[in-house]
Design a binder for this molecule. Sequence first.
Ligand code: DGL
Length: 280
Amino acid sequence: MIGVFDSGYGGLTILNHIRQHLPQYNYLYLGDNARAPYGTRSFDVIYEYTLQAVNYLHEQGCNLIILACNTASAKALRTIQQHDINPDELRVLGVIRPTVEVVPQRTLTKHIGVLATPGTVASESYVIELLKQDPTLVVTQQACPMWVPLIEAGEHLSEGANYFVEKYLTELLTRDPMIDTIILGCTHYPLLQPKIEAFLSSISHSQSPIANRHISVIAQGHIVADSLMDYLLRHPDIAERAKIGGKQTVTYLTTESATKFSESASIFLSEPITAHHIEL
Ligand code: DGL
């Protein structure tokens, strides 16, 4: 069974792609909604919460876990891989490395914008990993502390969300008007993608000083799914252990109210789901 973990609903944007690309596996999704957002928390707390979730998913029978959360990938992944798990029993993968690998072939100007939580921005993980891919890239990060709370509150489609979408994108593009590629470096952010794309296309037609040529927006779902497919091909033993015989099942767990999660997740996934409450 493959575990997929996020602080809340954001990992659903990854799970959606993974389960379509890899239907031969069962999935256990865990959203730590009761303690979201993680993005404004300290390194120690994010590490502790993420480790609790990893241990829980392992106890439930997952031998492969995707941290479908950039904040956890940035702040907890390496320590967990190096100190907390036995790789013969469990593998834990993140979402940052596969994302940065696709960037060099997407940009013409080599100016990259990264939208992420304050925690991911402070970790500098994207800057470090992008420069490993290509040291000539110019990377500008923008923390978007209001976006995850808006999404967790189900307000991401509201008029009010426009203000914060425009605010952070304007700040980013004012700091570097040469940006032609923007990474959505938080798995919640694809839920705001229609508003992000609409704003970018509105400025590309305006006389604003940040008017730009086409800016491509990178969301992580299909990238992580492709990378996982590749990983499982390279690790047939892990693939074999995670595989199922019959029909795919996806189980949803949350540390918040199961009813609340089921309602919101059904909207995000465009299909009815039933979640179960757990304590970490
Ligand atoms: N989806 C998480 C991420 O990718 C959100 C973090 C948060 O809870 O702030 O970073």
